[in-house]
Design a protein around this ligand. Structure first.
Ligand SMILES: [Zn+2]
Length: 474
């Protein structure tokens, strides 16, 4: 059976850090909105004779990530030069960590189909990003010529290497979702930053394929899904990959193609980086760094369950989808104490609107104040669920307050006394309902509620209407 062919995946993930300046110089670490080759200096361009100076925040971020991934932090950490001959790195070596990185032998627990699994983290290290190559008229394999932009040279990266512990692209998705949330909660990574991966993937009996340099969370999963199904189909026909191979992922066709057949592991000739000092990690220093660490997502889930009585599932959705959603929730929770109302409306209708508009909560026009006012109207029964589901779309896309929208759209909001009048009128028209109710048929009320809703064009809230009906007939 084709479904039974399991795959083995190991990952090397590079995530950019969102520090103010680059890793070894004071150039701004901003990739977007700068003209090519303007955020550069002698250091990040690798002029002979210049020396790097380690950005303290980058280093401490690395230690925090190591801690969050349950890694051991070595006592003496140092940097190395990796020989590297490629136009995106002018000094012909990359400053990275090899022998003793910021973190070793950690793990992350992931849960899939109710089964808990430990993904081992081999190492976590920090390094500099190279410049960006822009292939004109094609991709790396067929472009006419290539331009180089060094603005990105020196952007701090964290590289995380896992053991080949994944058995499906879906497990990778869960892992990356958790990893992203950890980095976001540590304030190291945000939506402007880029995550890349090199992924090793094989099926039983076949040599491994390395898919290199896949950019972006979504593409990493897509590339693995493609490669897994390609190898599965081949295996089903008895064809196995014999020689280790490096492939590139094409975002447009959502496929991979061969870059080269690997004959041996590349020898990068690492040497100790003499321009950067050893980092001695004594207990006091570690304690200081750890004391500035933010709450991690797993702890936050536990707190949400305890403090706000949300379900585990709802807490996970809010915290792991986008940290900003969880922050948004907590701001609303200050305004309105019905936490489940906030959580449920966020996880269903609000997220649906955001997805539909393909916008993040941060970039959307809605804010916690607008959303809380809206929920208050639902809670009081002034806004029916049906009407609320309609109006939330405009709240997200316009950023107007609910009161303003009601006014502009001329939405009729029924006051209690208006509803009473309608109900009395309908009871007079349908006296049988009351007789039925009084003789024990509780359901007869539903008919009356239905009539009220029709009369108010579904602007009246069901719970409120039921309450008023009961008040009148008792
Ligand atoms: Zn620079």
């Amino acid at each position: 059976m084709i479904q039974d062919i399991k795959c083995i995946i190991g990952l090397e993930i590079h995530a950019q850090m969102n520090t103010k300046s680059k890793i070894f110089c004071s150039c701004p670490n901003s990739i977007k909105e700068a003209k090519p080759n303007t955020n550069v200096c002698e250091i990040c361009l690798g002029y002979p004779g210049t020396k790097p100076a380690l950005n303290k925040t980058v280093f401490e971020n690395g230690i925090k990530i190591a801690k969050a991934l349950k890694c051991q932090v070595p006592d003496n950490i140092f940097f190395s030069r990796k020989s590297y001959f490629y136009p995106d790195m002018t000094k012909n070596f990359q400053i990275t960590q090899y022998e003793i990185p910021v973190g070793l032998n950690g793990y992350m627990k992931i849960e899939y189909k109710g089964v808990m699994k430990k993904i081992k983290i081999r190492r976590a290290h920090i390094e500099e990003d190279p410049g960006k190559l822009i292939h004109k008229g094609g991709d790396i394999t067929n472009s006419e010529y290539t331009l180089v932009d060094y603005n990105r040279a020196g952007t701090p990266l964290i590289e995380i290497v896992t053991d080949p512990d994944f058995n499906s692209p879906h497990e990778v998705l869960i892992f990356l979702t958790k990893l992203r949330a950890i980095l976001e909660h540590l304030n190291i990574y945000d939506t402007e930053m880029i995550m890349k991966a090199d992924a090793n993937i094989s099926v039983k009996g076949g040599a491994r394929v390395e898919v290199k340099n896949i950019t972006g969370f979504h593409n990493i999963i897509k590339a693995l899904e493609y490669e897994y199904s390609r190898q599965k189909i081949m295996a089903k026909q008895g064809i196995f990959i014999k020689q280790q191979e490096t492939r590139a992922y094409n975002e447009k066709s959502k496929t991979t193609k061969t870059l080269r057949i690997k004959e041996s592991e590349a020898d990068y000739g690492y040497i100790f980086e003499p321009d950067l000092s050893w980092q001695v990690m004594n207990e006091k220093r570690l304690k200081n760094i750890f004391s500035t660490m933010n709450e991690l997502p797993d702890d936050r889930v536990k707190r949400f369950v305890k403090e706000y009585t949300l379900t585990d599932e709802l807490s996970n959705v809010l915290i792991y989808t986008d940290k900003a959603l969880a922050d948004f929730f907590e701001k609303c929770a200050k305004e309105i104490k019905d936490y489940n109302l906030i959580g449920n409306w966020m996880a269903t209708h609000l997220m649906k609107c955001l997805n539909y508009n393909n916008v993040s909560i941060t970039k959307s026009k809605i804010n916690p104040e607008i959303f809380s006012d809206f929920l208050k109207m639902i809670k009081s029964g002034d806004l029916s669920e049906r009407l609320a589901k309609e109006l939330i779309k405009d709240l997200v896309s316009t950023g107007k307050s609910i009161k303003q929208l009601i006014k502009e759209k001329k939405v009729k909001i029924y006051k209690d006394n208006e509803l009473e009048e309608i109900i009395i009128k309908l009871i007079k028209k349908n006296p049988q309902v009351i007789t039925d109710y009084k003789s024990g048929n509780n359901k007869s009320i539903n008919f009356l509620i239905g009539e009220v809703l029709k009369e108010t064009k579904y602007a009246a809230d069901v719970v409120k209407v039921r309450k008023i009906i009961l008040k009148i007939i008792q």
